[in-house]
Design a protein around this ligand. Sequence first.
Ligand SMILES: Cc1ncc(COP(=O)(O)O)c(C=O)c1O
Length: 419
Amino acid sequence: VTFHRQVQALVLAPFLQDHPSVGTMFPADAVARARRLTAAFNGAIGAYTDSRGAAGIRQEVADFIHQRDGHAANPDNIFLTSGASAGVSYVLNAMIRDADDAVLVPIPQYPLYSATLQLLGGTLLPYYLKEDAEWGMDLDEIRRSILEARARGLKVRALVFINPGNPTGQCLSADNLQDLVKLAHDEGLVLLADEVYQTNIYQDEKPFLSAKKIMCDLGEPYANSVELVSFHTVSKGVLGECGLRGGYMELVNFHPETVAQLYKTASINLCPNTVGQVAVSLMVNPPKPEDESFELYAKETGDQLASLRRRAHVMTESFNSLEGVTCNFTEGAMYSFPQLHLPPKAIEAAKEAGKTPDTFYCLQLLEETGIVTVPGSGFGQVEGTFHLRTTILPREEKIQEFVKKFKVFHEGFMAQYGK
Ligand SMILES: Cc1ncc(COP(=O)(O)O)c(C=O)c1O
């Protein structure tokens, strides 16, 4: 996005802000914004900041959340982080003492959660998303998992959910989210809301609703008691600035001592990187309609989002047109997660090759077409089902080629191992 990179350039090279020809290279609003950001870093982008990030940018995040949800946010409870992953690490690290501490994680899941829990020595409690209900959450399934864990003597401390989902691409409904907040309240669970794909929405029926909004709209006793952490990032959306490592987390309803302890933990790493902090500022506070750069910003981001929406449709439709493949629509995020109904002979051949059937399929796909996908077993899936995950990110002019190659491969595979 042009405006964002212009501001980054001017912040990193502050001498350009005062260069006599700056007006010929940069629009005035980019220069003004860079000056404000430079001041937010006390004139030194290369210096350490507060361990929670620069105060001015935390205030911008609080304003963004307030505007998005209609409920105020406290900048003291907002931590800027070097990507959402760093925030997830801080929170899980604060929560896990030993293998008795357990966290509910959706299956299929993005492996950040399983990997971090394993590293910290905690226990992952799986709850399965319902493929036949558009990968929605099944509250009975979550209760089952909690009961089973408590019967084993585990302390169930938190529940992770990813909305919109990776790898499943679903958007959670308001009903699902309300039920979840009530369950967290009744069971005394911390909610960890991974909302990094909140801008990536490709349908109008289920717009993104933040867990904070749902919780605050429910009123008492939920609004002032459920402990919630929500994570956001510059890595996704239409920015895709994943290498800049910018993100934030908002802590809601936590005891001030807990927030203070998290602050102390964050201070071990001194501060989130400053380029990432600038990227967060630009994400939450982009050009406004009255600004010089707005038209270009709106075109660049609007075109990108419209293209992703078209790609989400093409991907899902083409998977569903294949025999032996079923795929829920990619309502949000960046992924398709089709189920492969593999013939018994293929499953047998995979066993002989010492591979899971989905890995066997994905490796052959890679070898024959060059298309890289991730087998469903990398994310977890219901026993006896096989999936793969692919992104909807191939450029639009390439996506038809992708679809054609995939189709030829799949038909050949099914002919070889089918019937
Ligand atoms: C669901 C989910 N959460 C978190 C992350 C990590 O994001 P970040 O780059 O901000 O650390 C990803 C990255 O793919 C993701 O898919």
